[in-house]
Write a protein that binds this ligand. Structure first.
Ligand code: NAD
Ligand code: MN
Length: 498
């Protein structure tokens, strides 16, 4: 079947879709043991999509027991890397072959435009799985530099049972940045998608089985954080907990780990990333385009969103004007229209959060330049205009808290030192942009920024080869690149006397 090319063809496909809301435990789709479900409501138009299994500790116990048993049996964990590689590549191919259905599930479930669901989310998820699969038979262990009568072997082993708890903004990519290295290194995984976006994870579980990942190696438990998420985080047989989500929950997970088995905890958390534009930026139009997309793409629901625009005073008015013009092409539209670039917010609650921040901006004296309103309410969906505030100071709520919506705070500065001071004056340290023609200033600023990623004269670059993660309260450890494998392996030192 050929891919839909317009909104009505996508709507047609949506009608023919059977949506699965079950958990996958040990290779079998199941209801929650309690029988509980929750409603999956589409933010596109308020329509009910499916009843989804609301898993709790009973399902967590069962999934972890199966994951542990299959790990110990070695059906996956002891396979030669070259064989795991082949299965991973097959899994990536199946994600690509099912791109239309996966993209559609994602758009219906969390509101993002269909073109990006397909070209960004599905493609990025498949790339992550393939990249990690391709890497795994090319990584060698180490031999220590010893005396001639001994051998020191330094080997990596999978940690065992990995619980992965992920957010809703890029559901497939966030899951696959964990599944790629976790599965490639031989672990068993229990994946808990966000209650706001469970559908693609449920579908991926079937594709993983079809690809040849043995049953029990990838389990998927939809449900809430305070029930099944907490149960996984407290579980005595979960060896490693990997998380992407808010800083608030990340901190809670460290407590759960300490209260239980001291499981390893790796956290990709929030951000309030500065995008610094100096007077000598090489191309102000390019900077404006990047700044607009850095706050509007994915409805601003991006951990690395360039939500604080730090602009040097000489170009402030011109840059704001250019960004305002750019944002006119980022107005919300129907997510199933292939031309739409801004879709719905993930749910009503998230829209209310964003509108609440917009009100706080006005109350605290920032100047609303553009946007600020809910739109398309007649659709039954939840849509917010891209919004710009100027005259923001870094202490205001809209400059200090992560909004996770399309709200840009413009903060003026003079000179490199002030830019760096404001940029680093945050609890977060995920990403930063720097725009300048001066090589020395670019490097000095990049070095001074306390953040895991720095983008010079562009915003949001990188691919699977570049580590992704933050300093400070943006988290620890890194997704993507070979550095991600550190989270999923233990290092063993074996010393042999000859
Ligand atoms: P969230 O922290 O509310 O939820 C994330 C996940 O944790 C969900 O699956 C949720 O069900 C689960 N959870 C909630 N409470 C829990 C508990 N007590 N125990 C166990 N699990 C629990 O975050 P969100 O709203 O889903 O996502 C938005 C956040 O994610 C933002 O802060 C964003 O910056 C962050 N994020 C970070 C990155 C990154 O790579 N650094 C990427 C994407 C999103
Ligand atoms: Mn949803």
């Amino acid at each position: 079947m050929s891919s839909p090319t317009n909104r009505s063809e996508w709507e047609q496909l949506a009608k023919s879709l059977t949506i699965n809301g079950n958990a996958m435990i040990n290779g079998v789709y199941k209801s929650a043991q309690s029988g509980e479900t929750f409603d999956c409501i589409s933010p596109v138009d308020g329509r009910m999509l499916a009843k989804v299994a609301s898993c709790d500790y009973q399902d967590a116990n069962m999934a972890v027991a199966n994951a542990k048993a299959v790990f110990e049996a070695g059906t996956w964990s002891l396979l030669p890397p070259v064989k795991r590689k082949a299965v991973m590549i097959r899994f990536a191919e199946l994600l690509e072959q099912n791109a239309d259905e996966l993209a559609l599930l994602e758009t219906l479930d969390m509101g993002k435009p269909i073109q990006f669901a397909k070209a960004v989310d599905v493609a990025g998820a498949a790339r992550a799985i393939r990249w990690c699969g391709e890497a795994i038979d090319k990584i060698y262990d180490e031999i220590a530099p010893t005396a001639h009568n001994e051998i020191g072997m330094i080997t990596r082993e999978p940690v065992g049972v990995v619980a992965a708890i992920v957010p809703w903004n890029f559901p497939m990519i966030m899951a696959c940045w964990k599944l790629g290295p976790a599965l490639a290194t031989g672990n068993s995984v229990v994946l808990k998608p966000s209650e706001k976006s469970p559908l693609t994870a449920i579908k991926m579980a079937q594709l993983a089985l079809d690809a040849g990942i043995p049953k029990g190696v990838l389990n998927v438990l939809p449900g809430f954080g305070h029930t099944v998420g907490k149960a996984l985080a407290l579980h005595m047989d979960v060896d490693t907990l990997v998380f992407t989500g808010s800083t608030k929950i990340a901190k809670q997970l460290m407590i759960y780990a300490g209260q239980s088995n001291m499981k390893r905890v790796w956290l990709e958390a929030g951000g309030k990333s500065p995008n610094i534009v100096f007077n000598d930026a090489p191309d102000l139009k390019a900077a404006a385009q990047a700044a607009a997309s850095a706050i509007a793409f994915n409805q601003g629901e991006v951990c690395t969103a360039g939500s604080r625009l730090l602009v040097e005073s000489g170009i402030k008015d011109e840059l704001i004007q250019l960004i305002a013009e750019e944002l006119t092409s980022w107005q919300p539209g129907h997510p199933l229209d292939p031309n739409t670039v801004t879709g719905a917010m993930v749910d009503t609650q998230q829209m209310e959060n964003v509108l609440g921040y917009i009100k706080a901006g006005e109350d605290e004296g920032a100047t609303l330049v553009q946007g600020g309103k809910q739109v398309m309410a007649d659709t039954g969906g939840v849509y917010v205009q891209p919004t710009i505030f100027s005259e923001v100071n870094n202490k205001m709520t809209i400059a200090s808290e992560e909004i996770f919506g399309p709200v840009l705070s413009v903060i003026e500065f003079d000179g490199m030192d002030e830019a760096i001071q404001i940029a680093n004056d945050t609890i977060y340290g995920l990403a930063a942009g720097v725009w300048t023609s001066n090589l020395s200033k670019a490097h000095k600023t990049a070095k001074a920024l306390r953040s895991g990623m720095v983008w010079i004269n562009h915003y949001d670059g990188g691919d699977m080869t570049a580590p992704f993660g933050g300093y400070k309260q943006s988290g620890n450890g890194r997704d993507k690149s070979l550095h991600a494998f550190d989270k999923y392996t233990e290092i063993k030192a074996t010393w042999i006397a000859l």
